[in-house]
Design a binder for this molecule. Sequence first.
Ligand SMILES: *Cc1c(COP(=O)(O)O)cnc(C)c1O
Length: 371
Amino acid sequence: MKYKNIDKILPNNLHRQFLLHKDEYEKKALEILNSGWYILGKEVTTFEKEWADYIGTKYCVGLASGLDALWISFKILGIKENDEVIVCSNDYIACVMGITINGATPVFVEPDEFYNIDVDKIEEKISDKTKAILAVHLFGQSCDMTKIMDIAKKYNLYVVEDCAQSHGNHWKDKVVGSIGDIGCFSFYPSKGCGAFGDAGCITTNNAELAKKVIIFRNYGSEKRYYNETVGTNSRLDELQAGLLRVKLKHMNSLNKERVKLADRYNKGIKNELIIKPKVKKNADSTWHQYVIRCLYRNELMEYLDKNNIGTLIHYPIPPHLSQAYEYLGFKVGDFPIAEKYANEVLSLPMYNGMTKEEQDKVINAINRFKI
Ligand SMILES: *Cc1c(COP(=O)(O)O)cnc(C)c1O
């Protein structure tokens, strides 16, 4: 496709993925607007079935966001005050909020060189209060799920997978979100299968857990106006579900395109100041982000900005140092690897519909960067 020349390359360009299948989205949106049914209807039910098939689970329950998927999962697993949940010190703040909204305590474990939880450091953090491990598949790459499932079995812990950034990623021959007790997904627009607004879901093979989420998302009621428990409103709407169905049809080619973009970065970037991302054995990557590291990260970011190339930092402040979690009482130096990453990581422009010309501009600029 030919795009209008733009002055600045954005870190993420959501308009492009819309343009790739514009006619199909427009047709579906109009169809739903004309249907007269907007909440929890056939689009949601069909999407839930299609997403469960894509992930390889028996059930999928649509929700309003990824954060809802996380906290509702912990809630229905019975995780509450005085319980502990293991999570990586390098993860997105929403992962931690999913735990603390229920009053539980996050117990941080440092990341490995792939930016995911270091599975060799989990066992030393398990106490008699530990109830679950939250395995966050960050940047489009699976955690070591074999090791995590072994540890969970040994200590009788739940495993919740946060697959917000890894739609369609594999661990061995399984798709993430089908391995632990529950998989949590966000369909925030920038995510792999991004919606055109907020949306999320859970996946599971456990009929009882799926049923609990179905009831909880709709004020604790299965039958209208008969409420079994105090629930919440976290419904996926028909418009988002319908648009997600359109995108899901193209997920394999969208993910393939990102792998191609990452390959071009891997081959093209040749600057000793840059550490490129790696993919671990048994995993693949859908490249939710292409994250490099550089000791002169801030200088690099400024230099690229001057060259009209936008970048982002995922994430500048690790959760244990965030103001929101001051009450946990951590200080600088408590999780040195997560802190080092926060100071060195930079996410390069990466989006479906990115042109070769745009990518060459990024690669050439990075290769010219000196300090
Ligand atoms: C985006 C994201 C979330 C939160 O999803 P929302 O839909 O924005 O609530 C949770 N975890 C991870 C890893 C994410 O990237």
